[in-house]
Ligand binder design. Structure first.
Ligand code: F6R
Length: 612
């Protein structure tokens, strides 16, 4: 997704901006650019493709300046061309923008009538012209921006500079993430704090509606033209480590970090045999009153929610619904009092999930219904964490690979902790079941480590997928969502068409797809559905399908003709979805590497989807 970096310093800012853009590459983009103020003029460079192309152009032009803004663009309005790349300029004003200006057509017409000529197909260019136009009535960039912002409809973050005021940068946050990086005698902005880690670990997290004026020695934040104060927060070292180390890709590194990430996530909540006394204590009263749970999420996080539905209902008898945020937000759902609305998100900035959360909050207030909101999230400073009543952090550390791996398994661990907590407060979980789940949770990192030892075997199997066009993933019960997740992983990074199905649904349609050329991946933990699953495997084999089975070591499933089996260590059926995520991640990763795709930044995708 688009990325913004900007800053004002005594030193040359262009290298800092470029390093920032490189750090945003993981988010996905198709063009990049920067604008600097040099000798009272805007100088601009924009290139299609990788940041490396921009670096080459900036170096050959020897561009430098003390004030600048830069951007990686993920095309929404108009193709990825040089003209559509940011920054956009009007006169001596330059603008970078994340998000969408919904009323840009109407504004564009108005500006064209005033004589402004558009050189791009983007919605962003209207902002540059509007600011330039406003500067005809005021000599001050901040005032000009404050005048035009109320006219912009949509969700956006902006960075704006003007050659006539070469000592200040104006930034706006309205529905799209933006942080201020606090330095000494220099300050920065970015849509993602990771971009600024080489220059600072001190951040101000802007709130919706904030307009900021950065000068070298001051940071002023305005809400509706009134000066306000926002705290400066310091990041700790774990958030700051984001290198690939010995691994070829971030995705592989993150797959292998899962035992540690899950361990960290559970250790915040459990001591040897119990939930810690202070764990989610603030929510005790709310958990006591809730009658049901509504989970809202997107993509992989939605799959985590699907697993949790089984757990909430089977372990503590609490009704639970799960819905994709982009559907939920538009179907005018009935708000039910005494519901816990639970958003799950790695980034905490996903536009659809945030919009659904805000709608729920607004409607509940209008209808005078008591509800509670909660986030399970990997980013402590995210909008979602700040806007919910309670939160539980997944302690996965930064996830850089676009395909989510450790965020998913830590979400599952966090969800199980929540099941235990709500069950304990409601007194709806049997003591022995609670004990065995806690023991299984503590055991999970060890089993994850053992499961990762299957890597070489899975690599061998992945060679059989390289030429395939399609693939089916099958599971039952809590492994139906893992089948969906396996299919999502394979399609997003290897570009092989894949479908996940509940194995019992096979004969209601998808069995027609099965032939000699169709690999079928089966998730076969040892649970009460195993015998039923074995029958589903027979159905596939009888039609010539080739089976790739990840099976419990005691499942009595063995390799035979057109049936490849990787044995997975025995694990409690409750925690098995965490363990069976590993082989599907590894399979997708190796297939993608063998097919030569860009594993960490797959085509057309972005890490944090901050537009609708
Ligand atoms: C897939 C993937 C996406 C995200 C989805 C939601 O590997 O990463 O499907 O899960 O975009 O993102 P978050 O969890 O940040 O809300």
């Amino acid at each position: 997704m688009c990325g913004i970096v900007g800053g004002i310093a005594e030193r040359n800012i262009s290298e800092i901006l470029i390093e920032g853009l490189k750090r945003l590459e993981y988010r996905g983009y198709d063009s990049a650019g920067l604008a600097l103020i040099d000798h009272h003029h805007v100088v601009r460079e924009r290139q299609v493709g990788k940041v490396a192309n921009l670096v080459e152009a900036v170096t050959s032009r020897h561009l430098h300046g003390n004030l600048g803004i830069a951007h990686t663009r993920w095309a929404t309005h108009g193709k990825p061309t040089q003209n559509n790349a940011h920054p956009h300029a009007s006169g001596e004003v330059a603008v970078v923008h994340n998000g969408i200006i919904e009323n840009y057509q109407e504004l564009k017409q108005e500006l064209q009538q005033l004589g402004y000529v558009f050189s791009s197909e983007t919605d962003t260019e209207v902002v540059a012209h509007l600011v330039n136009h406003a500067l005809k009535s005021t000599p001050d960039l901040l005032t000009a921006v404050q005048t035009i912002v109320p006219r912009l409809k949509g969700a956006y973050a902006l960075g704006i500079i003007w050659a006539q005021q070469p000592d200040e940068l104006i930034a706006v946050r309205e529905g799209s993430p933006l942080v201020v990086g606090v330095g000494i005698g220099e300050h920065f902005i970015s849509s993602d704090q990771l971009a600024l880690l080489p220059v600072t670990n001190r951040f101000i997290y802007l709130e919706e509606g904030d307009i900021v004026r950065l000068k070298r020695n001051s940071i002023e934040i305005f809400v509706n033209t009134v000066l306000t104060h926002r705290p400066v927060k310091e990041l700790d070292a774990t958030v700051m480590s984001s290198s690939k180390g010995e691994y070829k890709h971030f995705m592989l590194k993150e797959i292998f970090e899962q035992p540690e990430a899950v361990q960290q996530t559970i250790a915040q909540a459990l001591d040897a045999e119990h939930l810690k006394a202070g764990f989610l204590e603030k929510a005790d009263g709310a958990f006591d009153t809730i009658q049901q749970i509504q989970i809202i999420a997107c993509g992989t996080s939605y799959h985590a929610g699907m697993v949790a539905k089984y757990w909430f209902e089977q372990i503590i008898g609490l009704p639970c619904q799960v819905e994709i945020a982009s559907e939920y937000r538009y179907r005018h759902p009935v708000i039910v009092a005494n519901t816990l609305y639970l958003c799950i998100s790695q980034s905490g900035e996903t536009a659809d999930s945030l919009a659904a959360l805000r709608d729920v909050q607004r409607h509940a207030k209008q209808q005078h219904k008591t509800i509670f909101t909660m986030a399970i999230c990997n980013v402590a400073t995210s909008s979602m964490v700040r806007e919910t009543d309670f939160h539980l952090l997944t302690l996965a550390g930064p996830e850089i690979g676009v395909a989510s791996t450790k965020a998913f398994t830590t979400q599952l661990a966090a969800l199980m902790l929540l099941v235990l907590k709500v069950g304990e407060i409601k007194n709806s979980i049997a003591a022995d079941l609670k004990q065995s789940v806690i023991q299984a949770l503590w055991h999970t990192p060890k089993v994850l480590n053992e499961t990762l030892k299957n890597d070489a075997e899975i690599l061998r199997l992945s060679e059989l997928f390289v030429e395939k066009q399609h693939c089916l993933f099958l599971g039952r019960g809590t492994h139906f969502p893992i089948a969906l997740e396996g299919a999502l992983k394979l399609k997003e990074i290897s570009y092989i068409h894949a479908e996940g199905y509940a194995a019992g649904e096979l004969k209601h349609g998808p069995l027609a797809l099965v032939d000699n050329d169709m690999p079928v991946v089966i998730l076969a933990p040892k649970d009460e559905m195993l015998d039923k699953l074995k029958s589903n495997m027979e159905e596939v084999q009888a039609r010539g399908g080739e089976l790739f089975v990840f099976a419990d070591e005691h499942s009595d499933i063995h390799a035979k003709d057109r049936q490849h089996v990787v044995h997975i260590p025995a694990v409690s059926e409750w925690l098995a979805p965490i363990i069976y995520s590993i082989p599907v991640q590894l399979l997708s990763y190796h297939v993608a590497v063998l097919r030569g795709t860009d594993v960490d930044q797959p085509r057309n995708l972005a890490k944090s989807v901050t537009v609708e």
